[in-house]
Design a protein around this ligand. Structure first.
Ligand SMILES: NC(=O)C1=CN([C@@H]2O[C@H](COP(=O)(O)OP(=O)(O)OC[C@H]3O[C@@H](n4cnc5c(N)ncnc54)[C@H](O)[C@@H]3O)[C@@H](O)[C@H]2O)C=CC1
Ligand SMILES: CC(=O)[C@](C)(O)C(=O)O
Ligand SMILES: [Mg+2]
Ligand SMILES: [Mg+2]
Length: 329
């Protein structure tokens, strides 16, 4: 049974007198820094000169320094820069500035799990990984709510690594929703798997295949957009709020019967077999090696696929229709 921590299990005083250096000020970095500051934690933001985020952080009233300076001041150093730049930034700007008893913290386990960063033994190494895009980490916090997170301790040099990481999770609002204790391996493999087959990869391919099938059959692209993409949020919101049955109980009997009988023909045995193959690629490190090489080669595949996504008809149709719904932007 999972060990889940909530507000009462965490004590903010473990961060008292400590400086938290947030490296990066993007999706996660801004949210964490603002939430930590609102929780009374002393925050410094570490960026590179020329980062577009520097101005954003300063306008938020954050103390901003170059990475090395932020690490020197930091007692907890949270890596919220892109996964693929972390190893180089660590080697060049962080490793030699670490002091005994510091804490290295991550929001995704990739670089520790796949040994791209191997910390010295005189520091704590932990992870607080929100199960949410960054902007919602902030919005939910401001609304007095929270997003769930995973927490792991990879190295406990001080003997207080768990308590400090829990205090951090509480300060960004995650213990309001629940923080599951896990390992770097489990967080890395499940996060990569979820974002590839479901949250990002699977769902966008399902949307595009549904849209393209309708358009190729001669239906109006606008009708196909509303059916395949726009309404999906309304359906997923019901599932998010109350599970599968809340959605099934909200839709028509016809939709219930059609969905329950035809859904399994879409996510069929061969799809499940492919999911298992993708999980194997993650577990064996094959995906990690591929992604590291892709970055070394200048991201040719990544750039081509992203360009194709931007040019997809659904993006053009959607932009036009969303213009008529200003409350969305
Ligand atoms: N995006 C998300 O919602 C989630 C991200 N994560 C993890 O959080 C970490 C950060 O990801 P995001 O917030 O998405 O990143 P991001 O791409 O949104 O922001 C990156 C930030 O790092 C800065 N940066 C880039 N290169 C840098 C360098 N060489 N030195 C210093 N600063 C640099 C950028 O200026 C920007 O402020 C990653 O490990 C990611 O896997 C975890 C959960 C969800
Ligand atoms: C938002 C999130 O949790 C992801 C999809 O894992 C990510 O951005 O890496
Ligand atoms: Mg994730
Ligand atoms: Mg992820």
């Amino acid at each position: 049974m999972a060990k889940i921590y909530y507000d009462d299990d965490a004590d903010l005083s473990y961060l008292k007198g400590k400086v938290v250096a947030i490296l990066g000020y993007g999706s996660q970095g801004r949210a964490h820094a603002l939430n930590l500051r609102d929780s009374g934690v002393d925050v410094i933001v570490g960026l590179y000169k020329g980062s577009k985020s520097w101005k954003v952080a300063e306008e938020d009233g954050m103390r901003v320094e170059e990475v090395e300076r932020a690490v020197e001041e930091g007692d907890v150093i949270m890596f919220l820069i892109p996964d693929m730049v972390q190893p180089e930034v660590y080697k060049r700007l962080v490793r030699d500035k670490l002091e005994e008893g510091d804490m290295l913290m991550f929001a995704h386990g990739f670089n520790i799990h796949y040994n791209q960063i191997v910390p010295p033994e005189f520091v704590d190494v932990t992870m607080v990984a929100p199960k949410s895009p960054g902007h919602l980490v902030r919005r939910m916090f401001v609304e007095g709510k929270g997003v769930p997170a995973l927490l792991a301790v990879h190295q406990n040099y001080t003997g207080k690594a768990l308590e400090i990481a829990l205090a951090y999770a509480k300060a960004i609002g995650c213990t309001r929703a629940g923080v599951i204790e896990t390992t770097f391996k489990e967080e890395t493999e499940t996060d990569l798997f979820g974002e590839q087959v479901d949250l990002c990869g699977g769902v966008t391919e399902l949307i595009k295949a549904t849209f393209e099938t309708m358009v190729e059959a001669g239906y109006q692209p606008e009708v196909a957009y509303f059916e395949a993409l726009h309404e999906l949020k309304l359906i997923v919101d019901l599932i998010y709020e109350g599970g599968l049955m809340k959605m099934w109980n909200a839709v028509s009997e016809t939709a219930k019967y059609g969905g329950l009988t035809r859904g399994k023909r879409i996510i069929n045995e061969s799809v499940r077999e492919e999911m298992k193959k993708i999980l194997k690629e993650i577990q064996t490190g094959e995906f990690a090696r591929e992604w590291i090489l892709e970055n070394k080669a200048g991201r040719p595949v990544y750039n081509k696929l992203l360009e194709m996504e931007k040019e997809h008809l659904i993006e053009k149709v959607g932009a036009k229709l969303r213009k008529m719904m200003p409350w969305l932007e």
